[in-house]
Write a protein that binds this ligand. Structure first.
Ligand SMILES: N[C@@H](CCC(=O)N[C@@H](CS)C(=O)NCC(=O)O)C(=O)O
Length: 314
């Protein structure tokens, strides 16, 4: 991680913990918003007007948070508006690296070697983790935002006057229900799997494991009434937020993170839901199982041998 703009060599991919051994997720540093006219959004400062070709997304296919933004970019038809660069799935002691793995890109904008160089380019005094996703502004050389929940929401609406495509991922009429289910899915699943995987005590692990499978059982029942998506016929941002965890479940969380009561194959409604979303136009291209497995299984603290399991293949 970075402290006052200096990369810390003793960086460990295991994140902060509380006194009971529970994993604690760090907060994001850059919180500006792209808006149709450049006015400021709910957080951060203004000056980031929606314009074709001005912004660039840095992502990792391994990363569920980054994948949210890739999915939104695809669903909203923004590929021609916003470029994408995919980092190497294996975290190094310098954090995310460009190139050096099939499907990983070099940095097309600054020829950086590591992602943290973008953070210090944007703010020479920055402190914090150099995480993906990063939404970069080519015009001012700034990081607009590195919080996937914000990016997902701004991609839904900021460019609609330029490209009118895809579902409204955040319909006003569902806002309260979306916020509430987002919270449950984040706590129990998106972050819950990391809490299971990075727990450093038996009770912390079991607490996370319990939350994960209670939530999966509830979602299996919810989808069991035949609805295609969580809120019925329309796909929302909540579906994206659930999908990114489900699509990694059997390949990474079941084995490496010990979320192993069952695989998702054993939950028919969730399994069908996962494949329904995967079959949407362009979505399978936002998922790369080789990156996902290589990335998660390169976490030395959890898998010292670095051996990557052969299965599952899809
Ligand atoms: N709050 C961030 C979290 C992003 C995040 O944790 N990304 C991970 C990859 S899955 C990362 O870049 N980790 C590197 C690090 O923590 O140094 C978001 O949702 O955008």
């Amino acid at each position: 991680m970075l402290v006052n703009g200096i990369w810390q060599e003793k960086w460990q991919p295991v994140q902060a913990q509380d006194e009971q051994g529970r994993f604690i997720r760090q907060t994001s540093t850059f919180r500006h918003w792209i808006t149709p006219d450049g006015a400021s959004g709910p957080t951060g400062r203004g000056g980031f007007k929606a314009e074709a070709g001005r912004y660039h997304l840095y992502v990792a296919y391994i990363c569920p948070w980054a994948s949210r933004t890739l999915m939104a970019r695809r669903l909203k038809g923004l590929e021609a508006m916003i470029g994408v660069t995919v980092v190497n799935p294996r975290l190094t002691d310098q954090g995310w690296q460009f190139g050096g793995f099939p499907g990983a890109d070099e940095d097309p904008l600054h020829d950086s070697r590591y992602l943290h160089e973008l953070y210090t380019r944007a703010d020479p005094q920055v402190s914090g983790r150099a995480t993906v996703p990063v939404l970069w502004d080519k015009q001012t050389g700034a990081i607009v935002n590195n919080e996937s929940a914000d990016i997902l929401r701004m991609l839904n609406s900021a460019f609609s006057h330029l490209v009118d495509q895809g579902p409204n991922l955040y319909p006003e009429a569902l806002a309260a229900e979306i916020e509430s289910l987002n919270r449950d899915i984040y706590t129990d699943l998106n972050n819950g799997v990391y809490q299971a995987g990075f727990a450093s005590s038996q009770p912390a692990y079991e607490e996370a494991y319990g939350k994960i499978f209670t939530r999966l059982d509830a979602l299996e029942a919810r989808l069991g009434d035949g609805r295609p998506y969580l809120f019925g016929d329309v796909l929302t941002e909540t579906d994206i937020r659930l999908f990114v965890t489900l699509v990694r479940f059997d390949a990474a969380y079941h084995g490496l993170f010990k979320c192993n009561r069952n695989t998702l194959n054993a939950m028919p409604a969730l399994h069908a839901y996962l494949h329904r979303i995967l079959a949407l136009d362009g979505i399978s291209e936002t998922v790369d199982l080789d990156h996902i497995k290589a990335g998660y299984y390169s976490i030395k603290a959890l898998n010292p041998s670095g051996i990557v399991p052969v299965g599952p293949r899809h």
